[in-house]
Design a protein around this ligand. Sequence first.
Ligand code: FES
Ligand SMILES: [Fe+2]
Length: 317
Amino acid sequence: MEAILPGAPWLIAHRSMLGINKPYKVTLNEQDYVLWQNQQGEVFALDNICPHMQAPLSDGWICQNKDAIACPFHALEFDGQGRLHNCGKVSSQPLLNPLEIVIKDDCIWTYGGYDPKIPIPDLISKVSAGMSFLGVAGEKSIRGTFLDNISINYDYNHQSGTHRELFGIKANRIPVFEYDGYWAKVVQELDRNDTTWNDILRNPLILTAPKTYTSTLEYAFPALTTFRATFPIGEVLQVHALYPETPTQTKTFVLVYIQPKHPIFKPLLGKFVLSAVTTVIEQDTNAIETSYPRQPAKIRLPNEEIMFHAQKLYHEW
Ligand code: FES
Ligand SMILES: [Fe+2]
């Protein structure tokens, strides 16, 4: 199978997702890798297939003193360069290929072994300036193509169906849509429905939400969609990462950054955002996983050119 968007930089994890000295498995374009991070914050990445009898190294364990991973089958140990450690000896040649990674702002990027076609975007440091990292939410492997998954991030009409319960959107305007190469920016204004007692009971914070709010989305195609919005108690930034695991399976996770208006709002804002993100991802997943295979659309909605723009970048890669 051909790789999806070969030469694209993919954000495969945030440091906080790796833990310390724990194997973390990544599937990218049908190749499996194992990553781990030591106490000093060094990150290692290797092919996941043991060169002895092909056990998955990610099911093994880390030998801290050697910065090596032990295979779960016969306990052979391989260091971060892929060299075999056996009875106190280290093989001169690597027996496993390391995966080349780049760490930027605690984010782990890779080209998955392809020659870079475009640079690693600096969007995260730009949009998160002045905010603090809260955590990762919505980590999920979704049954759906990369194209279907990325399309929903550029689809400005699905709030009224997919997310109707969460946001109760009445009207939706897009006063800004700009793009330049693989970067794009959209400003969205949303009007909410009147709040019902049920809404308040379900989410008391809704009382603090304005009737109309504005959010700014910036994209670094194909890996990132960022979403920044200001609420009365503070500002919230979501960085949605997406990468193709296989032709029919797509991985997502969301880095969340906040800037509370006052430190006392931090726990409330944090809890609200993490749970909202988890719900949003669940709802998007359901829309993607339950839809039938795409056909040419017989109906057009407003602002769909933003989604067509992303689909064009994909097809003309
Ligand atoms: S399969 Fe890995 S050590 Fe044997
Ligand atoms: Fe969505």
